[in-house]
Structure formats: C-alpha cells, structure tokens
Design a binder for this molecule. Structure first.
Ligand code: GLU
Ligand code: ZN
Length: 492
C-alpha cells in the first residue's frame, strides 16, 4: 500500500507543540514508509480563521524543515488543498447523500432549535439534541419551504438503532451505540459552507488518505466519520489517535504550563533540531532508550508501533537539556549567526554587523556555547561586556559559608593573585590553584573566593568561566572592576 497521510490543521491559532507533534508523526511515518505527506488547511470555520495563523503554520513548518509533498503552495494531483477553495465540491457530496435519503434538508429556524433545546433541559429529557423534526418531510413540504426562500441546512441521518465500531491501531476497537451519536449533525450549513465532519471525510477520501493520525480529542468523532464513509460507500482509512500531550500535573498542556506556541520557542532560541528531536519523543520511542535522533534518522526509523498508548508528558526541562546539547554540537559559525540577532536586539551589536562586531562574535561564541540553554541566554551571559552595571548589594558577592569580612579579604588578596598572575603570564591553572589555596587559608569554600571575583568582573552570579570573561573584557577593565569591588567592601 502506498502510504498517504495528512496534517490537517485549522488556522485558528498559532501552531501548538501538540499540533506540531501530530505533524511530525505524520511526516516521519510517511517518509519512513516511502509515502506522501500532505498538508491540508481546514479553514471551514471562517469566524475563527486568521491570516496570522495560516502564516504561522507555513513559517513554523518551514523553520522545522518539514516539507509537504502535496498541499498549499506546492499543489498536487488532488488540490486545491485549502478547504475554503473546495466549497462547491462539498455541496455536491452532501446533495448526493440527500438524493439517496442518507441526509436531508432541515428548515428549522435557530429560534425553533433553541426552544427544543430549552424544553429538553427543562424536562430533563434523556434525549438531547436535534429532534429530527425535518427528517421525514414530504417532497411537497420541501418545495413549499424552498418556495418561501428558506435556505435549508443538510443534516446527516444517523441510524437510530445499532452500533458503530471503528478500529484504532493504538486503542483497538471503539464501539458506540448509534443512538448515542449526536442526532443528525449538520453536514452543510445554510450558507453552503460545509462543517468540519463533511469536509474532513470527503477530503480524506478524495486525497486517498490511507492513515489518519490525529489528536485523541477526535476519537468521539470517529463513529460518525465511519458512518459517513459507509453512507458514501467508501473504504474507511486506518485510524491512529495519538496520546494526549500533558503538562507535568497531568492536565492537557496549556499556557498555564509555559509556552505552547512553537513560535515562542523559536523566539527564545530553541533550535529546530532540538524541537524535532524532543517533541517526537513525547509519546514515541524507538527502543525505549535511544534519545538522540536527527530529522534524517527519524525519516528512516519512525514506526507507528513506537507510539505510546498512555498520555505523554511534555517536560520543559528536558527540552532545555536537548537544546543545550544541540547548541554545543552547533558549529561556531552557525552559532554566531544564530546569536547575533539577540545581541542586536539588545542593542549590543549594530545592524548590520560591523567587522568589529564579527570579530567579537567569533571570540564570544566558544565560551558562551558551553553555558547556553537557549540562544537568548547569550544576552545575560555577555551583557557585562556591553554595559557596566556594577552590583552594589554586598550580599550578592558573599558566597554561602562566608561572611562579609572573609569576602572582603578574598576580594583584596584574590584580586592581587589574579592580576599579578595574569600580568606575569602565569598559567591559568597555576593562578587557580593559588586562589583555591587562598580559600583554604581563609577557612572558606572555594566559591567564597571565586564568587566575589566573578560578581566584580561580570556584575552577575551567572556568567561565563572566569578566565574567559577576563579575556573578553580585557585586563584593564578587569582591574578597574576589581578595584571598584574592593572599594565597595572597604567603604563601610
Ligand atoms: N482540522 C482538524 C484539527 O484542527 C483536523 C482533525 C483531523 O486531523 O481529522 O485538528
Ligand atoms: Zn429541521
């Protein structure tokens, strides 16, 4: 069988981590099976549609390097791939079902439907939903309504007895009594627009989709879709509903847990390869132990069998870890071009970069690379080079386990050791040893010496390694800042 799968987002919001995971699973499944990955835009909901969402969809997939074989922009044999450009076609299919008695015109006004709903609520009726008022209108009744200019909706005639089963590769058989399926859902609205169910089923059929991998929240639609396939006389594709993506607390991943829009991750400085690697591992594994996968690896080794049944937890810390790993693997040239925009945005480098900026970037990248989790970390890590905001709170200099007097002493003697050592060209390791010895003499921890020195030089407790910082800052400026800190402790 030639595998054909699709990612079918509705452009009603920014691409979410969970949505992108669905896209990745479909994409990798297609690639690993020599099949086709199709992008289809389900924009039947015109009220919630936004151009921004559509642009975000394209730019997110492009950033991740996910290319679709068929879809908007690139076209394909079953296009157009944007549902709003296919509206006439859905009407045709809905009418076909009407002709065969499998669907019918409904002329009920919104007011009438509201009354029905109210009455059901008041009487605590077991039966909820449309009362099938128009299910058996005669031809002459229909003609009369149409003659009055009333535009009908088309409703699907859901069988009132029996059961419908659909098979899910992951979840097994899922069976529902037909009487529990929402009675006679609308397929085509009175303005001729299709609803999600009709457009989705018709398109999956016309686009020859073989496997439907989508979020588990669509399981309840499964039986209805199967009934639609049967009504049309079409073969039902294979279903594989994906495990939910949750936050650590077991709730569906949402803004409460942190960023969920891929665009926000991108802005903070996550690399596409880290997102691809980690997000694919949310609910999938190859062998339970391999952690690193490039996009190319996954294009070969992704299997549906590796998808987990249980809900998957999205762990922000784990993503940070992956991102750090990928940053360290990055070559320095690429990393320089990736961090430059953050430094430009902060006003530290000019746009376009000057030759001097380029040189600075080159020296700055190797040490920074070791400390970054996300690209935007470059700003706090290097701000001491571009602006000098001395720390005036002594407590920031004082490490755990030292007091003020010991810290003052560590600063005074430590500065001397450091500066004379550097001026005399001593090895860094030798200077370091002396500083460690100083901490022993003072009866404090090693950090009791290093922390105040680091804060003095970099104006921060989180910074680059000491000697890298000094190299970047220059000896004169280093000396100036150390003296300033010594003065701060001597003042009172
Ligand atoms: N347009 C639906 C969504 O936004 C697609 C559901 C499906 O894949 O069938 O999730
Ligand atoms: Zn009706």
């Amino acid at each position: 069988m030639d595998v054909r799968v699709r990612y079918a987002p509705s452009p009603t919001g920014l691409q979410h981590i969970g949505g992108i995971r669905t896209a990745l699973f479909n994409y990798f499944f297609a690639k690993a099976n020599g099949g086709k990955f199709i992008l289809r835009v389900e924009d039947t909901d015109r009220e919630r549609y936004s151009d921004e969402s559509l642009e975000d969809l394209y730019s997110t997939l492009e950033w991740l390097g996910i290319k679709w074989d068929e879809g908007p922009v690139v076209g394909g044999p079953y296009g157009p791939y944007i549902q709003s450009e296919r509206f006439d076609l859905y009407k045709e299919y809905a009418e076909k079902l009407v002709e065969e008695g499998k669907a019918y015109y409904c002329f009920c006004t919104p007011e009438r439907l509201e009354e029905v709903r109210k009455a059901q609520v008041e009487s605590k009726s077991e039966y909820q939903g449309y009362d099938r008022h128009c299910a058996n209108l005669s031809d002459s009744e229909i003609k009369a309504y149409l003659a009055q200019g009333i535009k009908p909706v088309i409703r699907f005639r859901v069988p009132t007895s029996g059961k419908t089963t659909f098979h899910d590769i992951l979840m097994g058989d899922i069976t529902r009594r037909n009487c529990d399926i929402s009675p006679d859902p609308i397929l085509l609205k009175s303005d001729g627009f299709p609803t999600y169910h009709l457009a989705n089923v018709v398109d999956d059929y016309l686009m020859h989709i073989t496997h439907i991998m989508r979020a588990q929240e669509w399981i309840p639609s499964g039986p209805l879709h199967v009934l639609l396939y049967e009504a049309f006389g079409w073969e039902v594709p294979q279903y594989c509903h994906l495990p939910m993506v949750m936050g650590k607390d077991g709730q569906k991943l949402s803004k409460r847990h942190g960023s969920t829009a891929v665009r926000d991750f991108r802005a903070k400085g996550y690399l596409p390869e880290a997102i691809i690697n980690y997000v694919t591992l949310v609910g999938w594994s190859l062998d339970g132990s391999t952690e690193f996968f490039s996009k190319e690896d996954l294009e070969k080794c992704f299997t549906m069998e590796g998808i987990h049944k249980a809900p998957a937890v999205f762990d922000y810390k784990k993503l940070d870890w992956f991102n750090g790993q990928y940053i360290r693997q990055c070559d320095n040239k690429r990393l320089a071009s990736l961090v430059a925009p953050y430094l430009q945005e902060a006003g530290y480098l000019s746009t376009p970069l000057t030759e001097q900026d380029e040189e600075l970037l080159e020296t700055l990248v190797p040490p920074v690379k070791e400390r970054m989790k996300v690209l935007s970390d470059v700003v706090p890590l290097t701000s001491f080079l571009f602006e000098d905001k001395p720390v005036e709170d002594k407590n920031v200099y004082i490490a755990k386990g030292s007091d003020e007097a010991q810290t003052a002493e560590a600063l005074v003697t430590g500065s001397e050791i450091l500066l004379s050592g550097l001026k005399n060209g001593e090895a860094e390791s030798a200077i370091e040893e002396k500083l460690v010895a100083l901490s022993q003499n003072l009866g404090i921890k090693v950090n009791g010496v290093f922390q105040p020195i680091r804060v003095a030089i970099t104006n921060s407790t989180v910074s680059l390694p000491l000697f890298d910082s000094i190299r970047l800052l220059g000896l004169d400026e280093t000396e100036k800042r150390l003296e300033r800190a010594v003065k701060l402790f001597k003042e009172n």
